[in-house]
Design a protein around this ligand. Structure first.
Ligand SMILES: [Zn+2]
Length: 264
């Protein structure tokens, strides 16, 4: 059935003031939160040695912050560099950022409503990108998935001989086109991207995208082995309403995840 839900709804959800990166948030606090976000996503198994999260500059929407090229578990505020929306690094000081920073530059360019982007290789989502099985919200924590999680097929842009990486702005823009106004897109055989309007909500969504994939795969196995067909997914209204409710609660899991971080 054709969806009637406007996916941009999920990016218009109002957050409590403390969860948004509004103009009053200092740059140093934003960099600190971005470092903590890297550490949380690594500690919670969404990132491994790879993966990155970015945040738009609160005073200059043509710039964003992201870590230099390094393992996310070790990122500190001193490791954050500034990029523009073509993926050029501006305060490099000899540091290189990630090869795949163009994921972030292209999405920030196409989506003015987005303030934070996560790219991970979170493993449980991979089967959904390669089988045609749709990733759908199976529990209330992942209502933000909405009714459409598109899959980016890099072969449509680069043929069958690429190294699968988003290594320039042009490929990044193809990915941003596939993402469209949705919250999550899968990269076939590679990983996913998750967007939100704050660092905290982006971390929340990346964490629960991985969790939803695990739960959905298990529910599908049980349901199909019972001959019961597709599991019961959230309706569009259930997805929208639970996403709105949960967006007001992101500080709670953020603080729990932060408290579990090992001291660097
Ligand atoms: Zn990647």
């Amino acid at each position: 059935m054709e969806s009637t839900l406007d996916p941009s709804f999920f990016n218009q959800i109002n957050l409590p003031a403390e969860a948004t990166n509004d103009m009053s948030t200092s740059i140093s606090q934003l960099k600190e939160d971005l470092a903590i976000a890297n550490q949380i996503l690594a500690n919670e198994g969404v990132f491994d040695g790879f993966g990155h999260i970015s945040v738009r500059h609160p005073d200059n929407p043509e710039r964003f912050f992201i870590a230099r090229s390094m393992a996310p578990a070790s990122v500190t505020a001193q490791d954050i560099v500034e990029c523009d929306l073509n993926g050029d690094v501006h305060d490099a000081q000899g540091r290189k950022s990630y090869l795949e920073r163009f994921i972030h530059s292209a999405i920030f360019k196409k989506r003015p409503d987005v303030n934070s982007v996560v790219h991970s290789h979170s493993p449980a989502i991979i089967p959904f990108g390669v089988t045609g099985a749709r990733l759908r919200p199976i529990c209330h924590m992942s209502g933000f998935l909405g009714s459409n999680v598109p899959t980016f097929e890099i072969r449509n842009t680069l043929g069958e001989s690429s190294d699968m990486l988003i290594r320039n702005q042009s490929i990044g823009e193809s990915l941003a086109d596939t993402l469209g106004q949705n919250t999550v897109a899968l990269l076939r055989g590679h990983g996913n991207v998750v967007v939100a309007n704050s660092i905290q909500l982006a971390v929340f969504r990346a964490y629960y995208t991985e969790g939803n994939a695990k739960l959905q795969a298990e529910a599908m196995r049980m349901s199909f082995s019972m001959g019961a067909g597709e599991p019961i997914y959230l309706s569009e209204d259930e997805a929208r309403n639970s996403a709105e409710t949960n967006a007001g609660q992101v500080e709670r899991p953020w603080n729990v995840w932060k408290s579990k971080l090992p001291k660097l």
